[in-house]
Design a protein. Structure first.
Length: 257
């Protein structure tokens, strides 16, 4: 594993996954492949009660690789990325995101897929895809289910950045801590009190029960949005211009088509 690190805590009942790819912890094809492999291995581990995700360094994740959003690679990238969501759905192991710094795009989508989200005061959350002329398929489904359509629409259609406190007020984040040490200590205390005393088997049934509607919606609509993205959006001028202009570090020249 080159781009993720994993360790096990709380008597090997908690899998701690650290996204570790330099400054931005970018979810590129290599990291997504490593996550797929690791999560798949958890299918045979009956003792895991919780999976936590965090970023190495100051940031959670800058999101998926913009370079892999280009037209010729978008289909493969989305297929691999969405595979992570289906895998987490099927595992039904409780998941928790620990967020510091930038939590953007695909990084935010991984975080909001989790059952629990905790953050420190440095956290900034954003779905900036619209700035690049595209949209985020998982977030388009998950945010509306978690925080309501009105707030989801604002975040996805405008690409606005929200702070940890705003995300807590939205009901997205459970608790905000002062700094990363406080976040680590607070999450550990939460796990010891709320997760560790429970049965790993029963926790999975609780996740499946809580998400019976959520999973139905995700399973039915994420493939639809993936096809819309690949077959329709990526055949527009502006989606390609948005990606290319970002990579060329210039302002996009929108044609509105």
């Amino acid at each position: 594993m080159n781009k993720i690190k994993v360790s096990y805590t709380h008597n090997n009942t908690v899998a701690v996954i650290i996204l570790d790819d330099g400054k931005g912890n970018v979810l590129d094809s290599i990291m997504m492949g490593e996550l797929q492999e690791l999560l798949t291995s958890f299918k045979d581990n009956k003792d895991i009660k919780l999976i936590t995700f965090e970023g190495a360094g100051k940031h959670f994740s800058f999101g998926a690789s913009v370079d892999e959003h280009k037209k010729d690679s978008a289909a493969a990238m989305l297929s691999s990325f969405h595979g992570l969501f289906y895998l987490l759905r099927d595992l039904a192991i409780p998941t928790l995101a620990k967020i510091s710094g930038q939590c953007l795009g695909g990084g935010m989508e991984l975080a909001i897929m989790c059952d629990f989200m905790f953050a420190d005061s440095t956290a900034k959350l954003c779905q900036p895809e619209i700035v690049l002329g595209v949209f985020p398929p998982p977030a388009s489904i998950i945010l509306a289910e978690k925080i309501g359509l009105a707030r989801a629409e604002e975040l996805i259609i405008t690409g606005k950045v929200i702070t940890a406190t705003e995300a807590k007020n939205y009901g997205l984040i459970a608790e905000v801590f002062e700094d990363k040490q406080g976040l680590n200590d607070g999450v550990n205390a939460y796990i010891e009190q709320n997760i560790q005393p429970k049965s790993a088997s029963s926790l999975r049934f609780a996740v499946k029960a809580c998400r019976v509607k959520f999973n139905h919606i995700l399973s039915n609509f994420l493939p639809v949005l993936e096809q819309m993205y690949v077959k329709e959006l990526m055949n527009t001028n502006d989606a390609n211009e948005g990606i290319i202009s970002f990579l060329e570090k210039r302002k996009p020249d929108w044609k509105n088509e």
